[in-house]
Design a binder for this molecule. Structure first.
Ligand code: HEC
Length: 464
């Protein structure tokens, strides 16, 4: 616990990271990883047939992807690292220790990808006479886009289940964690399908007034999406089987206790209907492109975004209570350090804590500090996911009994396995209960280190 605690009380840290990350995936999968091979394949097929209209369509699709990836894509990509480094520096620090060379390689590949997309896009017209070379440039870009995702997926898999790394702690055991290849085998075709549906969406606009081009494009893009749907389904199955039992068990428990519990069952049905809608539209597009109403081209891509968002949300959720599976809890406490913190206290081992010793006079303030350290990675006091709303759900809005709240805190991980065990002493749990009981009506926002600013305390030498 040797970093200042950044905290956004109105939005919550979960939402901050989730918002940026999901937006990034919305861009990365359809507009980059899937779109680059798709555009290169489109360009190649237009070149082979000497079809200028087809080439123009490919160029226009690329224009949209170029603009979106180099703005929203790049900003959110960098944004993820800023946000996660502030929200959970301990976790990012651990990941850099394990994946140091992957981080370095990622940077090189990312720069290569950006250079390739600039070259590919900007030379489309100047290189009209050297199409073979230009298509090869597109293929190189496709490979670079895929490799950036492939590296990040290793890290995402590791965060879910580090597997044998927990004993071996080697770079390779970290990279080839049990979830890596299955998740990559799912994400790759998923990105291709997403790009096909994005291109159908764009074809709605870019083939206006040219029915023949539209029919041919709808057919080609539907076939592309259909062809990738089968490997995506196989990848999904493999990924599902790689999820460890404790995590799979978390799925109904974790999602079932959410606010949306009431409609979770319906959610599964809705997701199934969406997949079926995508399948039917692409089938119709492949077999009867002439009969498919133009507006139907807009629907599958919208559904794809919902499906991608749900996939990422579930992946993030089932990993709880860990940020790195069985190694570090979401609040930055290493599993191995838990006994020490329980014995000696989290305040004592937090370099930036403003309160270190608990007295009768400072109990609620000390409790607020414990709350900041132990709970604010997932909860706020006043904003989204407010801990007070959660407690009200448990105890009602009446006056809470301090002892009951304290008792709850000490056992919360057994009743709710998606929450980490309380990482402090009995006295600290008492102080946190005092804070919760005192603040239950005011819901005063809890400030983060950034609110305290330069006037905050100097680090006081916590060792953990
Ligand atoms: C790993 C993230 C995480 C951490 C850390 C965490 N919680 Fe939670 N907590 C959750 C989730 C997820 C829920 C389910 C409700 C939701 O937020 O959507 C929840 C629910 C609760 C509930 C309602 C439980 C119920 O039975 O319905 C309470 C009370 C609570 N948390 C208190 C705390 C306190 C106090 C701390 C700090 C000591 C804490 N939590 C730390 C993730 C976390």
């Amino acid at each position: 616990m040797d970093f200042p605690v950044f905290h956004l009380d109105f939005l919550g840290n979960r939402m901050l990271v989730a918002g940026i990350a999901v937006l990034h995936v919305f861009v990365n999968h359809p507009f980059a990883v899937g779109a680059m091979p798709l555009v290169a394949a489109l360009e190649w097929s237009g070149w082979r047939r000497g079809d200028a209209g087809w080439d123009r369509l490919a160029y226009r699709i690329l224009t949209v992807c170029f603009v979106v990836t180099t703005t929203v894509g790049a900003l959110t990509g960098v944004g993820i690292w800023f946000a996660t480094s502030l929200v959970n520096p301990a976790a990012i620090g651990s990941l850099i220790r394990v994946f140091f060379f992957a981080w370095f390689a990622e940077w090189l590949v990312f720069v290569t990808e950006v250079l390739c997309i600039m070259a590919y896009y900007l030379t489309w017209k100047p290189m009209a006479g050297r199409k073979g070379l230009h298509v090869a440039l597109g293929a190189a870009l496709a490979v670079a886009s895929w490799v950036t995702m492939a590296i990040i997926t290793a890290i995402l898999g590791f965060m879910m289940d580090p597997g044998s790394w927990l004993e071996r702690t080697s770079f390779l055991s970290g990279v080839f964690n049990p979830i890596y290849l299955p998740q990559l085998a799912f994400r790759t075709p998923l990105a291709m399908v997403a790009a096909g549906l994005l291109a159908l969406f764009l074809a709605y606009f870019f083939t206006r007034g040219d029915d023949d081009l539209r029919r041919r494009a709808v057919r080609w893009l539907s076939l592309w999406s259909l062809a990738w749907l089968a490997p995506a389904a196989a990848g999904a199955l493999w990924y599902w089987r790689a999820i460890p039992a404790w995590m799979a068990g978390n799925l109904p428990v974790a999602l079932g206790t959410q606010r949306f519990a009431a409609w979770y069952d319906q959610l599964l049905v809705v997701l199934g209907v969406m997949v079926a809608a995508v399948l039917l539209t692409t089938l119709a597009g492949a077999l009867l492109p002439r009969r498919l109403p133009r507006v139907a081209l807009l629907v599958p891509f919208a559904l794809t975004l919902v499906l991608l968002g749900s996939f990422e949300r579930v992946r993030e959720f089932i990993r709880k209570p860990y940020v790195v599976g069985e190694y570090m809890y979401a609040n930055g406490v290493r599993v191995a350090d838990l006994p020490l913190l329980k014995e000696e206290g989290i305040l004592r081992h937090s370099a930036w804590a403003r309160v270190r010793d608990i007295t009768d006079a400072n109990r609620p303030a000390a409790g607020a500090e414990v709350f900041r350290l132990a709970c604010t990675r997932c909860h706020t006091a006043s904003g989204v996911n407010s801990v007070f709303d959660r407690l009200t759900g448990l105890y009602g809005a009446g006056d809470w009994d301090r002892e009951t709240v304290k008792y709850y805190l000490l056992g919360m991980h057994t009743a709710r396995p998606y929450m980490p065990p309380f990482p402090g002493t009995d006295v600290e749990a008492g102080a946190l209960a005092d804070y919760l009981v005192t603040a239950q009506r005011s819901h005063e926002p809890v400030p983060g280190a950034q609110d305290v600013g330069l006037d905050g305390p100097a680090p006081a030498g916590g060792e953990v």
